[in-house]
Write a protein that binds this ligand. Sequence first.
Ligand code: ARG
Length: 279
Amino acid sequence: MRMRRRLVRALVRPLALAAAVTALSAGSTASVAADRAVIGGFPVDASQSPWTVALSSRDRFGGTRSGQFCGGAAVGRTTVLTAAHCMDRDVLGGPPERVKDLKVITGRTDLLADRDGQEIAVRSAWVNPAYDGVSNIGDFAVLTLARPLPAGSVIGMAADGDPAYAPGGAATVYGWGDISGAGEYPSDLRAARVRVLPDASCEEAYPGGGADGTYDARSMLCAGEMDGGRDACQGDSGGPLVARGRLIGLVSWGIGCGRAGSPGVYMRVSDIMRTLGWR
Ligand code: ARG
């Protein structure tokens, strides 16, 4: 419970500030921000990762940044994976079906450019019933869209045993989340290059027992840089971690962002496939 509240606070509080901060990060600090991003990332065009979508509710999060509050990964033309905690009632103010303007946004690099790309309504949200907000185990949800995404928007998933999961391998995480850990939200999509890390790195960093989550190697994936500097952050949750052109993780949690010794923890996509019987 404690962790869940901590996580949710970490997500919602900075997002409430996002509107105010957007003008700054989009304008005067753009040159500073350009060499950071996600955390330690770089700008990318939405067309370079068409399977990266923004989750949006303007009613809940305000219209300044197209209502963006989380990320998602398109694995079918009407199927988007995201984090279960993005659908939490503390985030949405109620169950997802009550959020009438819940949408995914595709093909929009700059959230301030309201006319770019498409906004597609979420028809239904299935939240993993086994998601545990204390350990953070099982942090995924499946969104079914009211209309199909454009052709070519879908990324393949890495099944269990895929070499894309091998520790040491290069991976890239995408999102519109905080670029500094201080609630500095960019308007443009960013990506950061990280490495898949051995489970032992996250088991050491997140042994559980305290107020923080517990690393579970079966259902989670550890990625980042042991020295810190490159990572996902608040607002990136639910978004894709990609290796060898395949989806291996969804942004889930971590302590702080980009800190040495506290790598990012991702929902392991092979465990989503196992849970759903997708083979
Ligand atoms: N829980 C965050 C979110 O809702 C994602 C945090 C990821 N943190 C990290 N250090 N990789 O957006």
